[in-house]
Design a protein around this ligand. Structure first.
Ligand SMILES: [Zn+2]
Ligand SMILES: [Zn+2]
Length: 305
């Protein structure tokens, strides 16, 4: 590679992560202040996805992951279903405290004053990310450590390539479990709607970054945020590497509870699970609900006869 091209590639590798994350949040900031916050946010998000899609072709982390795996349509279908239901759950969550507030006025007034609404939004959003992360961390860790929950989470780990499109490949039950554990504490504390928007923005941009197949150098960011490098270890087939880095946005609780993993070598490209995931979107949704389906997911032989 000519020297100038090598230097440009090196710079891009260091700039890519902060560029996507911070310009995404800047876009969200102006979007939320505009007359059409959701449309503006969706446009920012789509631009970030497109940019990562291009970067995956310019500086891929693993060339082999550019090849199709036959799961693209399923990845998109799971993403759309999960996102749709999460939106509905969020709406219900916003409406419910309002109803509760109207019905139980004195009690609600006391309870809802717990949230520090007078803080600058940056600090409120930071607090929300940490509070939500506690639920996200445990929901994710339980999904790996308890077979009952693994049956739903295995779908996410069944992929053999990581790229920007399979970020949102979650079984809908897996997603709802995560949302419940992470967002209910915020509703109970009375966090305002804007705080949920910001939490959603941080989760969206960190999320598409974790799966992107871009050769990014994240350096010190690895100590705080869930970066592509840390998340690739999390997808490793070797469970000593894989049962680590559960953080969704920040890795604070991995650091606290001893599951942080970031050895000084290139992160794993040998990813996937031992079991088998059914072919096709509807069968993938149904698989954790049948005995044979669960056996397949766990990599056990189906019962004969
Ligand atoms: Zn996982
Ligand atoms: Zn993942």
């Amino acid at each position: 590679m000519p020297k100038a091209a090598a230097a440009a590639r090196y710079m891009l590798a260091y700039l890519a992560w902060p560029l996507v994350f911070f310009s995404g949040l800047t876009g969200a900031y102006f979007g939320f202040a505009s007359g059409h916050p959701m449309v503006a946010f969706a446009a920012t998000y789509a631009s970030a996805v497109l940019l990562l899609f291009l970067l995956e072709r310019i500086i891929p982390y693993e060339e082999g992951w550019l090849q199709p795996d036959g799961e693209t349509a399923n990845d998109i279908a799971h993403t759309v279903l999960t996102k749709g239901l999460v939106e509905l759950a969020a709406l219900a969550g916003v409406i419910f405290p309002m109803l509760a507030a109207a019905l139980l006025q004195p009690l609600a007034a006391m309870q809802f004053s717990l949230w520090p609404s007078s803080w600058p939004m940056l600090f409120q959003a930071g607090l929300a990310v940490v509070i939500a992360e506690f639920g996200l961390y445990w929901a994710h860790r339980i999904a790996h450590e308890r077979l009952f929950f693994w049956r739903f989470h295995a779908l996410h780990h069944s992929v053999t390539r990581l790229w920007v499109v399979n970020t949102g490949r979650f079984h809908v039950v897996d997603s709802l479990f995560k949302i419940a554990l992470s967002q209910i504490p915020l509703y109970l504390l009375g966090a305002p709607l804007q705080v949920f928007w910001w939490l959603g923005a941080v989760t969206a941009f960190i999320g598409i970054l974790t799966h992107c197949n871009v050769d990014m150098r994240t350096g010190l960011f690895d100590l705080v945020f869930s970066t592509p490098r840390l998340h690739r270890w999390h997808h490793s087939k070797d469970l000593r590497e894989g049962n680590t880095n559960y953080g969704e946005n920040v890795v604070l609780f991995d650091q606290l509870f001893g599951t942080y993993f970031n050895p000084d070598r290139p992160s794993s490209t040998d990813i996937g699970i031992k079991g088998q995931i059914a072919p096709g979107f509807v069968r993938q949704l149904a698989q954790p609900f049948t005995k044979d389906g669960v056996r397949q997911i766990l990599g056990r032989h189906p019962k004969r006869g």
